[in-house]
Design a protein around this ligand. Structure first.
Ligand SMILES: C[C@H](O)[C@H](O)[C@H]1CNC2=NC(N)=NC(=O)C2=N1
Length: 156
């Protein structure tokens, strides 16, 4: 799966995984939709908004692929490309995400994959699928500034 090969933090909505870093682009290109999602709060039942979210997810997913394909990879040996530090970054990232989840009463599944991959899986257990809650949570997680968790490239 592409997500595993890219070795980056991933935000996973149900079975579909999208790179966490792509969400600002993705929300930006659908400003109204993204803003609405961030301003909403999670609905404990989530059931009434299920259809909207599935539609929203399709829009997000399409936008992500389109926006990413328009970009160009930076050379992997430049200073612009930084990996996350190991232990501290993972735990602090989990803590930051957990704080949002607790405030929302909606909780992602957090996975450590290998030694340097974090996967954030978001779906609504109560309905066995996606609801608007998942997009609200994803949008709020996406506002986190994680730059301080990035490891400075070791100079050769
Ligand atoms: C009552 C409370 O809203 C429910 O138990 C919540 C808690 N957090 C949850 N989180 C997620 N991801 N799915 C749920 O169905 C869910 N249910």
């Amino acid at each position: 799966m592409i997500a595993r090969m890219l070795r980056a933090p991933f935000l996973s909505l149900s079975k579909f995984q999208v790179p966490l870093a792509s969400l600002p682009v993705l929300l930006g290109s659908h400003g109204r939709c993204g803003t609405q999602v961030i301003e909403n709060n999670c609905d404990p039942t989530g059931i009434s908004s299920n259809k909207i979210s599935v539609y929203g997810f399709r829009m997000f997913f399409t936008a992500t692929a389109k926006d990413l394909s328009a970009k160009k990879c930076v050379p992997c040996n430049t200073k612009d490309l930084r990996a996350m530090t190991e232990e501290t970054a993972r735990l602090e990232m989990f803590q930051l995400i957990s704080d949002i989840a607790e405030a929302e009463g909606h909780h992602p599944d957090l996975h450590l994959v290998g030694w340097n991959n974090v996967t954030v899986e978001i779906w609504t257990h109560a309905v066995g699928g996606l609801t608007e809650n998942d997009f609200i949570l994803a949008a709020k997680i996406n506002t986190l500034d994680l730059h301080h968790l990035l490891r400075k490239k070791v100079s050769a």
